[in-house]
Design a binder for this molecule. Structure first.
Ligand SMILES: NC(=O)c1ccc[n+]([C@@H]2O[C@H](COP(=O)([O-])OP(=O)(O)OC[C@H]3O[C@@H](n4cnc5c(N)ncnc54)[C@H](OP(=O)(O)O)[C@@H]3O)[C@@H](O)[C@H]2O)c1
Length: 282
């Protein structure tokens, strides 16, 4: 049997990818720490438990790789898996990486470099997710509860992308592992870059609920992320990222989604129109 092992297969991007691959008739294996017993394609997989890796890879010739989430040091857990994937002849790995480089996280860069170095294996450098504006992400929780965005990013802009467009791009690369590896590196963004002020305005206009933007310092942002349950190191790194956004570092868009899928990426306005009920005052 050949097919695609989808790690993070129960997450936002992975689940959308599973749907797209199934629609295209591609066999999938859905990796999760808590596999759905009713789904014959589901398998138990835990980055922290290497004994689950071999069975997950068995027979699969392609992998969608969502590294351990909320970690600034993913490499120690992923490196043995990559070694095993090379040995078992995996032809394509598509790594869900980030356009936004976390400070103090050299192992995430090393992980991307290791994937890129393998012929046919590719890295998606995804921009900020539009789905961060939905619960349970701390940003979405705050908008829902208080009608407020707190940010240290000032007027800095981000090329927000809908995870469904990341999934569609990944599907294009995984349906046929022989094509489109390019340089092994794809910057994935939405069609425009927007500040938090722009996003608040878009939600306000659509829902009629006024969403305020409160400017805070990176220290306060880190404390807020910790209070929302993120590990301290990851919370600090995310807060520093906002400083980078403020300086304009993430103000960029690419044509990759259109190039890979033949369809333009979804706009933030469309995303908002599809999720209006999420933010309307109760
Ligand atoms: N949010 C952004 O703006 C942004 C931007 C660029 C890149 N990214 C990257 O996107 C990734 C997250 O993607 P997503 O939002 O689609 O995922 P998500 O919805 O947060 O879901 C996380 C997935 O990871 C799995 N998972 C968590 N811990 C695991 C473990 N120990 N072993 C195996 N699987 C585990 C979960 O599966 P189970 O719970 O079922 O085990 C779930 O399927 C992160 O690596 C992040 O760095 C995010």
């Amino acid at each position: 049997m050949t097919g695609v092992l989808v790690t993070g297969g129960t997450g936002k991007t992975g689940a959308a990818l599973v749907d797209q691959l199934r629609d295209a008739g591609v066999p999938v294996r859905i990796a999760s720490r808590h596999p759905a017993t009713a789904d014959p394609d589901a398998i138990r997989f835990d980055w922290a438990d290497p004994s689950t890796h071999e069975a997950a890879l068995r027979g699969m010739d392609r992998v969608f790789l969502v590294p351990p989430v909320e970690s600034v040091d993913p490499l120690p857990l992923v490196e043995p898996f990559l070694r095993r994937a090379r040995l078992s002849g995996v032809r394509r790995v598509v790594l869900l990486g980030s356009a936004i480089v976390l400070p103090n996280a050299p192992s995430a860069l090393e992980l991307a470099a290791q994937v890129r170095a393998e012929p046919g294996w590719v890295v998606l450098r995804a921009s900020g997710f539009m789905q961060n504006f939905l619960r349970p992400h701390p940003l979405g929780e705050r908008i829902h509860r208080l009608g407020e965005i707190r940010t240290a990013a000032g007027d800095g802009k981000v090329g927000w992308i809908d995870v469904r467009d990341i999934a569609a791009s990944a599907a294009a690369l995984l349906e046929d592992p022989e094509v489109r590896a390019g340089g092994g590196d794809f910057l994935l963004t939405g069609p425009e870059s927007l500040s938090y002020g722009d996003t608040a305005k878009a939600i306000t206009v659509h829902t009629g609920r006024r969403i305020r933007v409160r400017r805070i310092e990176p220290d306060e942002q880190a404390a807020a992320y910790r209070a929302a349950g993120l590990p301290a190191g990851f919370a600090a790194a995310l807060a520093t990222v906002e400083d980078g956004i403020r300086s304009g570092r993430e103000d960029r868009v690419s044509t990759t989604v259109l190039d890979l899928t033949g369809l333009p990426p979804r706009t933030f306005a469309r995303f908002v129109s599809e999720h209006g009920n999420e933010w309307r005052a109760k």
